[in-house]
Design a protein around this ligand. Structure first.
Ligand code: ATP
Length: 222
C-alpha cells in the first residue's frame, strides 16, 4: 500500500454482498478521489439478527465480489479478534495502522442513523471523517432526527430537491459530515436472503460468482 493516500472504509455484515454495496463504493471512490476502498466484513456483528452465513463464507463472498476492481480491497481485520466486531475498535486500529493516510468511514444513511445504538458512537464520530451515502427508502431529511448532526429540516430538503450530488454539514462535535447522493438501488441483503428462502431467483442482484457460491453451498435456503 502507498504510504499516503485517501482510503474509504466500508464496513458491513455483507450477508451477502450485493450490487448496491459495490456500486455505492465505486461512486464514492470516484467522487471523493479515493485511492482505494477497503471492504471490512464484520466477523461477529453485535446487532445483526437472523440467518447469517458463516463469517468465513461472508468474507469469501466479498473477496470474490471485489477481485475485478483495482480500487477495491478486503480487510479481514475483524477476523483477527475473536470478540464482537465493534466499529469503534476497528477504526481505532486502522487509524494506528495507517498514520499517513486520510481515512473516511462510509455508511449508508440507515446505518448512520442507527449509530446511536452502536458501541461508543461518540468515539467513532470523533476519530474519523464520515461519509454518509443515500439509501432508499430513506431521505436526507431523516438526518434531522440524529442526535449527532447539525442540520435544519430546511437545508436538508433544499439538498434533497437539488441536483447536488454532495452536501457538507456539521456534526454536533464540530467535525464535518459529508453526505453523498449515490444511484438509488433498493437492494438489501435481507431481500436476497428472503428470495432464496422462498426458492426464487437472485440473478442480477449480485455478482454471478457470488450467486454461484451461494447456490453451490446451499446458503440461506430454508
Ligand atoms: P441487511 O439487509 O442484512 O441488513 P444490508 O443490505 O443493509 O444488509 P450491510 O452489510 O448491513 O447490508 O450494509 C453495509 C453497508 O452498506 C451499510 O452502511 C449499509 O447502509 C450500506 N448499504 C447496504 N445496502 C445499501 C443500498 N442499497 N444503498 C446504499 N447503501 C447500502
Amino acid at each position: 500500500m502507498k504510504s499516503s493516500g485517501r482510503i474509504g472504509l466500508f464496513g458491513g455484515t455483507f450477508n451477502p454482498v450485493h450490487y448496491a454495496h459495490l456500486r455505492a463504493a465505486e461512486e464514492v471512490a470516484r467522487s471523493l478521489m479515493f485511492d482505494k476502498v477497503l471492504f471490512i466484513p464484520a466477523h461477529n456483528p453485535p446487532l445483526k439478527k437472523g440467518v447469517l452465513a458463516s463469517p468465513e463464507e461472508r468474507l469469501q463472498m466479498v473477496r470474490m465480489a471485489v477481485e475485478d476492481n483495482p480500487l477495491f480491497e478486503v480487510s479481514d481485520i475483524e477476523f483477527e479478534r475473536n470478540e464482537l466486531s465493534y466499529s469503534a475498535y476497528t477504526l481505532k486500529e486502522l487509524k494506528e495502522r495507517h498514520p499517513e493516510d486520510d481515512l473516511y468511514f462510509i455508511l449508508g444513511l440507515d446505518a448512520f442513523l442507527d449509530i446511536v445504538n452502536w458501541y461508543d458512537p461518540e468515539s467513532i464520530l470523533e476519530c474519523i471523517n464520515l461519509v454518509v451515502i443515500s439509501r432508499p427508502p430513506g431521505h436526507i431529511k431523516d438526518l434531522t432526527s440524529s442526535p449527532f448532526v447539525e442540520i435544519s429540516a430546511e437545508s436538508a430538503s433544499i439538498f434533497e430537491r437539488s441536483s447536488l450530488s454532495r452536501y457538507e454539514t456539521k456534526l454536533k462535535n464540530g467535525n464535518s459530515l459529508l453526505v453523498l447522493n449515490v444511484t438509488p438501488m433498493n437492494i438489501s441483503a435481507t431481500l436476497i436472503r428472503n428470495l432464496l428462502g422462498d426458492g426464487k431467483s437472485i440473478k442480477y442482484l449480485l455478482p454471478e460468482k457470488v450467486e454461484s457460491f451461494i447456490m453451490s453451498n446451499g446458503l440461506y435456503a430454508r
